[in-house]
Design a protein around this ligand. Structure first.
Ligand code: BTN
Length: 286
């Protein structure tokens, strides 16, 4: 276990423009994303980072639970108040995934890979998840919450049996205890840099860099949304960060939400079944 996190230590040498203007560390909270919503009700400024040593109700995408064991992972939420339309939230999700990947890569040799929309994989196993949400406070002010969970110092027995084949941690992959203080510092710096670049240059650079840090393109994938599963080949992302796929029937499809499984090339994609998803599908949130 690495030492407890200290806001004071994280702030020292932090030279960021926007993110980390205030940093608060809590021992145990229900969910840092839920806490962020409470802070948004109090009209906090963007840039606030809320970190917890553990969460009793850590939440993942699609209503899943995010296991949040005390002192070994990183669980944090960043509040942003960007002057952009909330429909651009997917771009911020990609930005968060990119920045987190770059931060993780400062601690490991074999590069982490992004899996659309926002999982981070080491050796094909998930080491980080990101849950981006929006919240409109009672006085009508909107904010974006970027919730990030990183498996830093988990050992294999820390994962429940059903996750051992799909989850990993930075410590498992490197054989070294990860300095969580340094990791959260790197994370805030990378988020700040990417956010700054996004506000200055727009989403194109984020999408290009996201693709550079993902080995999905050209891979056989299955996209699942509810009971529908579509098999095909990942083609890339469009200018809005949506996933482009060529289905086994040869159709070009665009997804704005869904769960992606990557297949090894030997396995290939299974025959298509289920109904096709199109741009008309409701965006369910990443
Ligand atoms: C996923 O399903 O992959 C997303 C997981 C996101 C987990 C983080 S931990 C910090 C923040 N608080 C939460 O309750 N969830 C996010």
């Amino acid at each position: 276990m690495s030492p407890p996190l200290s806001a004071k230590k994280i702030k020292s040498n932090l030279n960021t423009t926007r993110i980390g203007s205030e940093i608060l560390v809590f021992d145990a909270v229900s969910s840092t994303n839920d806490l962020a919503k409470q802070y948004l009700e109090q009209n906090v400024a963007g840039g606030l980072v809320l970190i917890a040593e553990s969460q009793t109700r850590g939440r993942g995408r699609m209503g899943r639970t995010w296991m949040s064991l005390s002192g070994i992972g990183l669980y944090l939420s960043v509040i942003l108040k960007p002057d952009i339309q909330l429909r651009l939230l997917p771009q911020l999700t990609l930005l968060a995934g990119l920045a987190t990947t770059l931060a993780i890569n400062e601690f490991i040799r074999k590069k982490a890979q992004l899996k659309w929309p926002n999982d981070i994989l080491l050796n094909g196993k998930k080491c980080c998840g990101i849950l981006c949400e929006t919240h409109v406070s009672k006085n009508g002010e909107a904010g974006v919450i970027i919730g990030i969970g990183i498996n830093a110092n988990h050992s294999i027995p820390d994962f429940p049996d059903d996750l051992t084949s799909s989850a990993t941690s930075l410590m498992i992959e490197t054989g070294n205890v990860i300095d969580r203080q340094a990791l959260v510092h790197a994370l805030i710096c990378n988020l700040d840099q990417q956010y700054d670049a996004y506000l200055g240059n727009g989403e194109q650079t984020v999408i290009e860099k996201w693709l550079e840090n993902s080995d999905m393109v050209g891979k056989k994938i299955t996209v699942t949304l509810g009971k529908s599963a579509i098999h095909g080949t990942a083609l890339g992302l469009d200018s809005q960060g949506r996933l482009l796929m060529r289905s086994e029937k040869g159709e070009e499809l665009t997804f704005d939400s869904g769960e992606v499984s990557l297949h090894s090339s030997a396995e290939g994609a299974r025959p298509a079944r289920g109904k096709l998803l199109t741009r008309k599908n409701v965006f369910l949130g990443w």
